[in-house]
Design a protein. Sequence first.
Lengths: 426, 164
Amino acid sequence: MGFPHKPHPKETVVLSQHFGDADARTVKGWTKRGGYEALAQALKMTPLEVIEVVKESGLRGRGGAGFPTGLKWSFMPKEKKKPHYLCVNADESEPGTFKDREIMRWTPHALLEGTAIAAHAIQAEVAYIYIRGEFTEPWTIMEKALAEANAAGVFGKIKIVLHRGAGAYICGEETALMNSIEGKRGNPRIKPPFPAAAGLFGMPTTINNVETLAAVPHILKRGAAWYKGLCLSSPKSMGTKLFSVCGHVQRPGNYEVTMGFPLKDLLYDMCGGVPAGRTLKACIPGGSSVPILNREETERTLLDYEGCVAAGSMLGSGGVIVFDDSTDMVYQIMRLARFYAHESCAQCTQCREGTAWTTKIMERILAGQGKMQDLDLLLDLSENMTGKTICVLSDSCAAPVVSGIKKFKNEFEDYIAGRRKPVMVA
Amino acid sequence: MTVTEEYRAVFEGKVLEELQSILSRYPTKQAALLPALWVVQRERGWISDRNMAEVAEALGITPAYVKGVVTFYTMYHQHPVGRNFVQVCTTSPCNICGAEGVVKAFLEQTGAKDAGATSPDGKWTIIEVECLGACGFATPVLINDDFLENVTPEKVPEIVKKYR
């Protein structure tokens, strides 16, 4: 439901059912709406039984990678020899994405309930919810909800701790997040070892995104078959997904649709399309880290993991950024590159140097001092930034640059050839 | 380092109790570092080298290590800032919705000369930040702990009046 808008008839409202309803934030209000029933049910099941249901449902990670959730949980040691931990990734920082923020703001108990169920499934005694530092309002709401739920004693032996980030995009990367909880700089770790073997504090750990965990109580209550049935296109993508739509649209906000929903309908029907008199130029369907789609590609994209790949991009976190024909694509791609240069943890040379030089070269082009060779140089740099570093921040910087040059080359050339007035000062 | 006044410890009395409660949430002392730094910033407005040394001592790590962590995270202030710390998101989705105009309006209305600089009356520091995670509510602005949505240049004078 695209809060603050009314639900659109084409939406499939599951996670967002109570968005905008402040009463659902209280433990009383949540319980009245059927909340914490799934947790009670899960606590009566064995961890393996819970994992089986989630596996069967087909739920995949909503943070960006789309890894099957049940399978991820099953990687944890069955026989517990050391403490197990659950990390909840509420560090939502991907430009274009603002869904986890709304889940925490309106349905904090949905996240707490999903967290407790996951902790039970992986036999973790403590779950850390890592909330980005800038999310002051969701933090306050989560803190209050956690205190109320603890007072109501709904979590059994499971302890949930909120941990506040302090301004670092990279802490959304799973191992950087673990380092950050441990009181370290948020540098991603080399894998293996994978978190299920040695994660937080060196112990077996599972990390899940907010939206993934918020879906879990619904799956337990309504059954894996129901969730699996929510599928419009690819049989590998099921359930509902929140799409955060922003940029040049009439009604930005969060919209929840069944996997496989046409992107075109999301943009034109639900969001009211681009502002009057404008036309759609480009769209990034999954947060700033995925390749940019042109208009034709956008209009044929189906919103699921496979559909976005088929169109030449990725579903990512579901942050849809819309650009109309008034957009200077070169300037916007420079802004994105600058974002990654700012957020690079600087461990890997390819990323530290690559993101900074990509930004500098883009700025040079925007200042009217670019050369035609710069485009090949940018592509060459991007090639060296892809698949060569500890984490994918560097790849994420390359994605909009490579797709941007491929699809909007004329705009770059206009700046370089002097056909367009420089917008930056060298 | 020139020390002009006697150091006043942050972790005393109630604040020390708060630190102990933070420590109880983690299996290692070091894990309390980020929350402990938040407490310091809340109490003092920023985090000085002396504060870092105090945190280091409390958690059994070195001051250099603490500084390494403080400098990694953009939200910790290593210098005093204005009473109102204004963070305006200017990443791409907000940029195309007019975020640069919002920054300009804040600078003009508050007398802070440049992004990052503090106004002469010490009341305002305006900075441009990367994605605040509220792209559908462009332009989001964080003033101290208040998260404002849908800010436009036209709304800025009213906002500044409220916080002045």
